[in-house]
Design a protein around this ligand. Structure first.
Ligand code: NIG
Ligand code: FE
Length: 399
């Protein structure tokens, strides 16, 4: 039987099954961008490949998936970082008209071309570490025109680079300056969500449910509107306080609840029942010097799927390294090597509703690969600030 490409002399981290699903000295084959065979050396002798690639004993994992980023924005918040070094808190800065709203001002002032130029180096840093799928949220425009501009730039990033971009509408990220929360949420629900859905600009809708942002009742209003327009839902929940947002989102069938440092037992139970993924964001935990750990052991015991992401954003996680995020998850959250790697592959795919198409090395899935110059899977999590990526493959094509 013919296949397009066969990679051989490869150690495979298939992430297919409960653990890492390692196959030492394995082979993987693709045709038309899809995986058609995965197995041990010698298992592909019936295949006649158009091209054979000797991987030289390196390791192949699924291409990494970052399921939570705010990658498209203008300006930066290094000044606020310096203020925080003097003891001012993230919430204080937000209440004083800085924080998210300061990035909103810069993003509104930027043209599409400016935003694209600002975002491309961040995307390139991600790709250099093996990312093949990246979610990008809007949320720094807070008007229909400015949110649309951000989502269009997100889409354009996917045209300019070999990567799959998953756009999420986060109009309910902050109360725009000069507006009142409820009146703005009504506009998000009655005007912005219908327009974004009609233009096909986003797959999902996210909301920041927090005492400095939107209430659980307002989040629920957003979920109802999103679902009326056929969009999936996600939530920034329980980051600074317990608003019971994760349980609410789970009851509405949310794909994921993200941050969740202050999640309680009811929230865990609701997430488990709904299959809502817990997206843990160690970069934001680290950068804000949070001291409330997410309830990892309880989530694990309940069998809630655990994904990891960079939360790349200018305020709480100016991070463009999935590998460093894995190291932080292990060091700060005591997540295992298996959980860290699955968190950026199989479980991240689940958080994007793509578990049947990406995130594992299995027959029928997209052939998105990261090829690593490492001696064992743990090397990906263990090292800090070192990038062992050897090659990236997107839908069967080396890129
Ligand atoms: O994921 N929590 C809200 N949103 C971002 C922060 C965005 C910002 O500060 O600009 C987060 O941490
Ligand atoms: Fe975020």
């Amino acid at each position: 039987m013919h296949c397009d490409t066969l990679w051989y002399h490869a150690n495979l981290i298939t992430v297919d099954g409960p653990g890492l699903g390692v196959i030492e000295d394995g082979v993987i084959a693709a045709t038309d961008g899809r995986i058609v065979h995965v197995g041990a050396a010698g298992s592909a002798d019936h295949l006649q490949p158009g091209q054979r690639i000797d991987v030289g004993g390196r390791w192949i994992s699924p291409g990494l998936i970052d399921c939570h980023t705010h990658l498209v924005y203008a300006g930066n918040r290094a000044g606020e970082f310096q203020q925080r070094l003097q003891g001012v808190s993230y919430a204080d800065i937000a209440r004083a008209g800085g924080g998210i709203v300061s990035t909103v001002r810069a993003t509104r002032a930027a043209s599409e071309a400016d935003l694209l130029a600002a975002s491309l180096p961040r995307l390139d840093a991600m790709l250099a570490e093996g990312i093949t799928t990246l979610e990008i949220k809007s949320g720094y425009g807070l008007t229909l025109a400015d949110e649309t501009k951000q989502l269009q730039v997100a889409r354009e990033l996917g045209r300019q680079r070999a990567v799959e971009i998953v756009p999420t509408f986060l109009g309910a990220h902050a109360i725009p300056p000069g507006r009142e929360a409820q009146e703005y949420i009504d506009e998000v629900c009655n005007v912005m969500i219908p327009a974004v859905a009609a233009a096909g600009l986003a797959e999902a809708v996210d909301v920041f449910c927090e005492n400095i942002a939107f209430s659980a009742a307002q989040a629920e209003q957003v979920f109802v509107a999103a679902q009326q327009h056929g969009l999936a839902i996600k939530i920034h929940a329980e980051q600074l306080s317990n608003q019971h947002g994760a349980a609410l989102a789970a009851r509405h069938g949310a794909l994921s609840a993200d941050h969740i440092e202050h999640l309680d037992a009811d929230g865990i139970a609701a997430m488990r029942r709904a299959g809502t993924v817990a997206v843990l964001l160690p970069g934001a935990f680290y950068f804000t010097r949070d001291t409330t750990l997410p309830p990892i052991a309880e989530l694990r015991a309940a069998g809630v799927p655990l994904a990891l992401a960079t939360d790349s954003n200018p305020g709480t996680s100016p991070l463009t390294s999935p590998l460093l995020a894995m190291n932080m998850a292990a060091t700060l959250f005591r997540m295992t090597v298996e959980e860290c790697i699955a968190g950026f592959t199989r479980e991240a795919a689940r958080a994007l509703g793509r578990q049947d198409r990406i995130g594992r090395l299995a027959v029928g899935l997209d052939c998105n690969l990261a090829v690593w110059d490492i001696e064992a899977p743990a090397d990906l999590v263990y090292r800090m600030g070192f990038n062992p990526l050897h090659a990236r493959v997107m839908r069967g094509q080396p890129v």
